[in-house]
Ligand binder design. Structure first.
Ligand SMILES: *[C@@H]1O[C@H](CO)[C@@H](O)[C@H](O)[C@H]1NC(C)=O
Ligand SMILES: *[C@@H]1O[C@H](CO)[C@@H](O)[C@H](O)[C@H]1NC(C)=O
Length: 204
């Protein structure tokens, strides 16, 4: 038991030194929806209010960069890249502009046990969901877990692109938002349409 405690402490101290590593922030970009569904193809994502300092990613018609549709990618320097086509992982960040301060918030995945549709939300926290952008600028999540086999195994790192646009309901806020499906099944929410999320750097 003691060794468990010691190793936990070691992991925590590693984690905090990890946080202290220099974070590199990318140039600002917009996120464009690509979909076979013509109604949403070409729309962009915009941070929309889903609670106090909590924003979802709502679909809106393409428009010029604003504070609400501009995002950045924070990566830690010196990280090991598992697959050069997938690139580094890091946090998708949004700068919430409030009266007295601007807060850089990471994207997190909110999941409710009742559904396999998780909701990407920007929240005031230090820890978010690690994402990546591949050589085609498609946003993805990297994973090496395969639990569809018995016993569950670790595979080569794969890029998962389980993004959908769905009508979602987060604590009464009903919008058409970006969503993520947990596992490799179909979303149980009937409004979901499969999409890709593509990063497009602002042209200055
Ligand atoms: C927040 O950011 C905006 C846009 O960059 C800037 O104009 C404003 O001064 C910032 N506010 C604070 C409190 O730093
Ligand atoms: C992203 O990186 C910038 C620059 O290092 C930092 O100011 C900001 O707090 C970071 N945001 C998050 C959510 O970690």
């Amino acid at each position: 038991m003691k060794t468990t405690i010691i190793s936990t402490a070691a992991v925590l101290s590693l984690a905090s030194s990890g946080l202290a590593q220099t974070s590199e922030q990318s140039e600002p970009f917009q996120l464009i929806i690509k979909s076979a569904d013509k109604r949403i193809d070409g729309k962009i994502l915009e941070a929309c209010h889903e609670g106090a300092a909590i924003e979802g990613l709502c679909t809106v018609n393409a428009e010029k960069p604003t504070a609400y549709n501009t995002f950045q990618f924070n990566t830690t320097s010196g990280q090991t890249i598992s697959d050069k086509n997938l690139g580094p992982t890091g946090l998708l960040t949004f700068e919430l502009q409030a009266d007295k301060l601007n807060e850089s918030e990471p994207l997190t995945f909110f999941s409710d046990p009742s559904t396999n549709v998780a909701l990407p939300l920007f929240e005031p926290t230090q820890t978010g969901q690690q994402v990546g952008f591949d050589t085609a600028n498609c946003m993805h999540v990297q994973s090496s877990l395969d639990d569809t086999v018995n016993p569950p195994t670790s595979t080569k790192v794969r890029g998962l692109y389980r993004w959908y646009v769905c009508k979602t309901n987060f604590e009464g806020y009903v919008y058409e938002t970006l969503a993520w499906v947990l596992g490799n099944g179909k979303p149980e929410n009937p409004s979901c349409q499969k999409v890709d999320v593509v990063r497009q750097f602002e042209k200055i």
